[in-house]
Ligand binder design. Structure first.
Ligand code: CAA
Length: 287
């Protein structure tokens, strides 16, 4: 396929805005799409703040900030993506972690995007194979899983569904390298590698707090000081979002059919209370 120079990003939340940031910083034209203008406005403000932070740290020439922002266009109509000035040859979906929502988006993208375009998903646990089956181009559906904060974390987990073609995997690997990331290829399985291992750790840390084994602070210190993790598992859970953690545990539970993946009741109660972590101002810690 021709070289990719324009990309579409569906979803302007934390991950979608981080993904738009790194593509725009690397010189790609980016069309960022969400369903409400306030989400797009918030994402652009966040991207500006993070580009300025990078410039202040000497990681980006300050003269690159405005050109990077100018490469991002926004739209409320994802189906109009293919009619833009630079129709994207690559679209990555970063919507909420719900299968039905993503499946609907993949069906729509398959309808409107040119036949050669690759449809990627930033899902953190949902089956690439199932999403690919929603489209008439399963060979061109691939997982491209970024990590939060996207501008900082070096990894892209490249997930190969059952039908994903070698060419699609190679194209996504190349894109990741152009973004300055390291692609690691894994096969499609619940939670892939990252969340199959990380989420049970976070879940178990929540059990330790629920059962009164230790405070959240103590659990986190064990991992920071004993295992040199940059942040403890509960601080990380707050960063990821406790709702996202519970959703991923449910995907693991359903996918493996093993009760060991049941979400910790404390996590579920906190989500019910609206304590979602950093984004809601309260999780294991207050923000
Ligand atoms: N954009 C750009 N730069 C950012 C940034 C952002 N959003 N957030 C932080 N940074 C930069 C800072 O400017 C700083 O740069 P320098 O090193 O040049 O000074 C650097 O990142 C470190 O930031 P801070 O000094 O502010 O804070 P820190 O040292 O405590 O590091 C952290 C923050 C990078 C988040 C670090 O604590 C860390 O790596 N934590 C673990 C994060 C992690 O595990 N993420 C994966 C979550 S799992 C996931 O996302 C996938 C999933 O499917 C659930």
């Amino acid at each position: 396929m021709s070289e990719i120079s324009a990309v579409g990003v569906i979803g302007a939340g934390t991950m979608g805005s981080g993904i738009a940031h790194v593509f725009a910083r690397a010189g790609f034209a980016v069309a960022l799409c969400d369903v409400e203008q306030r989400f797009l406005d918030r994402a652009l403000a966040q991207i500006r703040t993070n580009l300025e932070r990078e410039a202040a740290k000497g990681k980006l020439p300050p003269t690159e900030i405005e050109p990077a922002l100018a490469r991002i266009t926004t739209t409320l109509d994802c189906e109009s993506l293919s009619g833009g000035e630079f129709p994207p040859q690559f679209v990555i979906e970063a919507a909420s972690e719900r299968f039905e929502l993503k499946a609907g988006l993949f069906r729509a993208l398959d309808r409107v995007m040119p036949p050669g375009a690759i449809l990627a998903t930033n899902t953190s646990s949902i089956s690439i194979t199932r999403l690919a089956a929603q489209t008439g181009r399963p060979g061109q559906v691939v997982g491209m899983h970024f990590f939060n904060p996207v501008p900082v974390m070096a990894l892209v987990e490249v997930v190969r569904g059952l039908a994903t073609s070698d060419a699609s995997v190679a194209a996504v690997r190349e894109l990741a390298l152009k973004l300055g990331k390291t692609p690691i290829e894994v096969n499609d399985a619940p939670g892939f590698v990252s969340n199959r291992v990380l989420m049970p750790l976070i879940n178990e840390a929540a059990f330790a707090v629920m059962e009164g084994v230790a405070t959240a602070e103590a659990v986190d210190q064990v991992f920071r000081l004993g295992m040199a993790h940059p942040m403890g598992p509960l601080t990380l859970a707050d960063l990821i979002g406790l709702d996202v953690c519970v959703d991923i545990m449910r995907v693991l539970q359903e996918g493996f059919g093993d009760p060991k993946y049941s979400p910790c009741p404390l996590l579920v109660r906190m989500v019910d209370a609206g304590w979602l972590g950093r984004k809601s101002g309260r999780g294991f810690y207050a923000y």
